[in-house]
Design a protein. Structure first.
Length: 95
C-alpha cells in the first residue's frame, strides 16, 4: 500500500504547512490504519526522521489514555514534532 500526501496542516487550527517543513525534522508519528509502515515510509519520503511510530488498530476509537504512548515517545525525542494521518486529526479534534 502506498500513502499519498495531499497536504500538511497544523492540528490546532488547520493552517496549511509547507511540505519542506518536515525536511530534516525529527517526528513522532502515530496512526490507526491497516498498514502503519506505509505511513512511516510516506513521512520519511518527506525528509523527516521518524523517532517513534506509535500504532493503533485500524479505525481505533481513541480514548484519553491513548495519548500516553505518544507523550512518552515525545519525552524520549526532545524537539520532535507529532505527525499523524488526516483522518486522525478529525478524531483528535472531536475528543
Amino acid at each position: 500500500m502506498h500513502s499519498v500526501v495531499l497536504g500538511l496542516r497544523r492540528i490546532v487550527d488547520g493552517t496549511p504547512v509547507e511540505r519542506s517543513t518536515l525536511q530534516g525534522a525529527k517526528v513522532v508519528a502515530f496512526c490507526g490504519i491497516g498498514e502503519p509502515e506505509s505511513f512511516r515510509r510516506t513521512v520519511e519520503s518527506l525528509g523527516a526522521e521518524v523517532m517513534a511510530l506509535v500504532t493503533y488498530p485500524d479505525h481505533h476509537r481513541y480514548a484519553p489514555q491513548d495519548l500516553r504512548p505518544i507523550l512518552d515517545a515525545l519525552a524520549q525525542s526532545p524537539g520532535a514534532t507529532i505527525v499523524t494521518t488526516g483522518s486522525m486529526t478529525m478524531v483528535i479534534a472531536s475528543t
